[in-house]
Ligand binder design. Structure first.
Ligand code: XMP
Length: 321
């Protein structure tokens, strides 16, 4: 199936919204739909579109998968409460951590997150809710990269020939599939979402699991979560497309208080990009990098090495997993 791209510069956001609201109403009829909100711009735009189309017949859930950034569930619920949208938090932390236990291969890790999300946690919510439709914020870049075999995005099924109805028992509606990130931001702004949401940098579906090389455990998540919070604080004013902290699997010899410490390595990445298809590392001031390094070494236990990635995408990708 080929998808017609709508470029951001040719997008009429209001018309797009009217068309998609109608399409959602037509697809769902008088039934119920549900969606999972991660707080990223894609799922936020979908939540608002679905809410406009269906009102209370759209049930929105925030799945706490243990892989989220600091304070994220509460922050997202509050933002949407202010917009009149009720979001229910589902605590699925143990289920995701159990599914990820012992897995180190990147694609197996993505698969574990996907399966836990769709087949188990979300599948269960859909069955209990009686909804036959799932609204999802897949965008064109997700499809391209998955079909090209670069990286299995967690939200792409039909393009891979997987029938979600057969595999998981529900139909997926993807209102943003013709857009790329810049187009979604225009739509999100036109939907009345605050700038903290529509201008928010992208965050991967597999969340912090995409930023841990090697096994994802609760302890390793805490480390990458702390480093992420510091990185996001320090780089907030750079205007970069996306920035992140990554926890490496290998340890390196360091020293602290005159003693050998075989410690952890954090890699920082900061990207300039328009649509995530290509990206170049931001030329951050040395002082900024130094401050980041100092804070991470002081505030994240066990870290003895901080590096900055300077390879462009391609051949790199933005996340590491
Ligand atoms: P990569 O790492 O492929 O990332 O260069 C390109 C953009 O997509 C985000 N990303 C994802 N987004 N589900 C998503 O919705 C995913 O599985 C996923 N993996 C990566 C990434 O953060 C970047 O913005």
């Amino acid at each position: 199936m080929s998808i017609r791209e709508i470029r951001a510069d040719e997008l009429d956001a209001d018309r797009f919204i009217a068309d998609q609201v109608q399409a959602i109403r037509d697809a769902v009829g008088s039934g119920l739909a549900i969606n999972a909100l991660s707080g990223g711009v894609d799922s936020s735009a979908v939540t608002m579109l679905g809410h406009r189309a269906l009102g209370d017949r759209l049930k929105t859930y925030f799945i706490d998968n243990a892989l989220m950034r600091e304070g994220e569930p509460q922050r997202i619920v509050a933002i949407f409460a202010a917009l009149g949208v009720t979001v229910q938090i589902v605590d699925a932390r143990d289920e995701f951590l159990a599914a990820l236990r012992g897995i180190t291969d990147p694609e197996e890790k993505r698969e574990a997150v996907t399966q836990t999300f769709y087949r188990h946690v979300f599948g269960r919510i859909v069955r209990e809710s009686g909804a036959k439709h799932l609204l999802q914020g897949t965008i064109l870049t997700d499809v391209d990269e998955t079909v090209a075999g670069i990286k299995r995005q967690h939200n792409v099924f039909e393009q891979l020939g997987i029938d979600p109805q057969q595999a998981f028992g529900y139909k997926i509606i993807e209102p943003l599939i013709q857009l790329r990130k810049d187009g979604v931001r225009k739509v999100a702004a036109a939907l009345g979402l605050p700038k903290t949401v529509y201008a928010r940098m992208p965050f991967p579906g597999p969340a912090l699991a995409a930023r841990i090389i090697g096994e994802v455990t609760s302890e390793r998540l805490d480390i990458v979560r702390k480093a992420t919070a510091i990185t996001e604080e320090e780089l907030a004013d750079t205007g970069a497309f996306q920035y992140m902290a990554i926890l490496h699997e290998d340890r390196v010899t360091g020293m602290r208080d005159n003693r050998r410490e075989f410690g952890l390595q954090i890699e920082l990445r900061c990207w300039d990009s328009v649509d995530a298809r290509r990206a170049t590392p931001t030329r951050l001031p040395w002082e900024t990098l130094e401050r980041l390094s100092e804070r991470i070494l002081a505030e994240v236990p066990g870290v003895v090495s901080v590096t900055y990635a300077i390879a462009p995408k391609p051949p790199s990708t933005m996340e590491v997993v």
